[in-house]
Structure formats: structure tokens, C-alpha cells
Design a protein around this ligand. Sequence first.
Ligand code: SF4
Length: 331
Amino acid sequence: MKNFAYTRATSTRDAIAQTTGNPSAMVIAGGTNLVDRMKVFLDQPSDLVDLSRLPLKQMERTRSGGFKIGALVTNTTLADHPEIRRDYPLLSRAILSGASQQIRNVATVGGNLLQRTRCPYYYDTAFGCNKRQAGTGCPAATGVNRGHAILGASDQCIATHPSDMCVALAALDAIVEVEGSRGTRQIPFAEFHRLPGDTPQRDTNLEPGEIITSITLPPLPAAKTGVYLKLRDRASYAFALVSVAAILELSGDEIRSARLALGGVAHKPWRSPEAERFLVGKPATPETFTQAAAIALQSAKPLTYNGFKVELSKRIIQRALAVVAKGGGLA
Ligand code: SF4
């Protein structure tokens, strides 16, 4: 690891002032991904600004009945919060399906959004990698790409986003509040992360010097029966091969609204508006769910080693929708 200057931010403004205009400065909170990257020289900041003592740990109801979560709330605290477990159980379930208890105890909500892909070529500096350094190629495209994207990839990068929590936040239409030198702004979750396109080195639409301060969940009664399911190579401490967050609003057997987000299949949590539109007005039956799953995967472009993800994604969607239709939640 390269030497760096370490400071503790005294306020959000202080953190922004210390990082704005200094491209080699970085912020750290839980550090559960950043420190790993620093150890293998992926990130070599000259200055590391510690946010962990800032007052961004609030969890509170919004006036509209939603929920506001400070960026420094730990994954464990959020997953265990009784109102999150009751009103947004898919979010709790998604968090608890990721990492280990020890990591969740220190990993923060803001950091979860900013973690980077676990593409093995990205972490191995013996290989080129367009995400690490533009123009150096994508060895995964012709290499071992079993864990890579089947949706929304580009010829520049086929990496997947590693977060479970973000898949649930995508389905919930969370809002990300950020602060920078020009003030605060709110970013709809669907616009926070980016597809790789020609700029795979950029994972998010955060501007330099901007810091995540909170995440807001909108009020959503149907989320009480929403589910998060995850399929992976081993039972714990593994990233998703595919995962799904599903929410249905039902009137009897008829679907009034639907939300469907996939993880492990794209460079960002992948919403399927086509499948969601198809579901509205249909009966909540296995046949409907099978058709919705096919629609959600109709633009999939599997690679040499990850064709299995297409069928796996269809099956996990069908399963998740069936579980939601039977009452879902943490069951
Ligand atoms: Fe790098 Fe993306 Fe290719 Fe992985 S998939 S090697 S992160 S460019």
C-alpha cells in the first residue's frame, strides 16, 4: 500500500472542501471495499478523508411516511431496524444476504452504493482493464466470464454491480441525496449508477467532490410483501450469480402494479420496465410470471460462459413473483 495522508473530516463541508479540486483524494467510511483496493494498488489516494465520525447516522420517518437513512448507517443497523423489517423486508433480506456479519457491522449504506465490481480481471493488475485504465482492453470479454453481465453491457466492459442492497433500493425507487461544493441534489436511484458504455471507469453519476449524505425510501405499502431472492455458488459470503427484488400490488388476484429489479446480471441494478408493464392488469398466476420472466430477459446477450444466467434469471423471477403473490415479506 502506498503512503497517504489521513484526516478526519469535521463536517460534510470540510470533507467536500478537502476532496474538491484534488482528484487524488478519496473519502473513506467503513472501508470494506476501498481498503482491499488500496492493498492491491487499484486505488492509491494521496489523501484519505475519513467520514466515519460525521453525524450521518440518522434513521427517521419522513413526513410522507417513507424512511430516511443516513449515509453512515451500517448495513447491520439498517437490516435489523424493526420498521425496515416490517415495512421494507426485501431491503433487510437483501442486506443480510450480502457479505459477512463482520463486514456488515462496519460497511455503510453510502459505501454500499459506491463499492466497485468484483470482476477478477479488474483486481489483477497483470491484466489490462478498461475500468481500471481506459483503453487497456477487457480481458473478461474473451476470458472467464461466468460471473459477468448478460444485460446492458458494452464492448468496453461486461462487469456486474456487486451489491445486493442496491437491487432492493432500485425496486423501491429510493432517492440518493448528495452534497457537493455547489450544494445538495437528489438523484433517483435508477439514475445513480451507470451502464458501462464508452466510460466504464465511471460507475456512478456522482460529480467529483460530491458525497452521499442519505438515502430516502418512499412510502410504499406494497413493499411489506416484497421479496429479495439470491442465487450464488455457495450458501453465504458470495456475490450473486443472479438475484431479484420483486414487489407486487394486488387486488384479489389481479396485479395492480409491479416492480422488478435484477442483480448480478448488469453493470447496475437492472429494472425491467417492460416486464413490469406486462404484469399490470394480469392475474397473478404461474403462467403470467413465466411470460414476465421471458420479457425481462428478452434483450439478454449471454457470453461464452454465462449463458446459464438467462435461464437462472427467468426461474428466480418466477419464483420471486410466486412468493410475493403468496404474501412474501421475510417469509
Ligand atoms: Fe475490466 Fe470491466 Fe472487462 Fe472486468 S469486465 S476486465 S472490469 S473492463
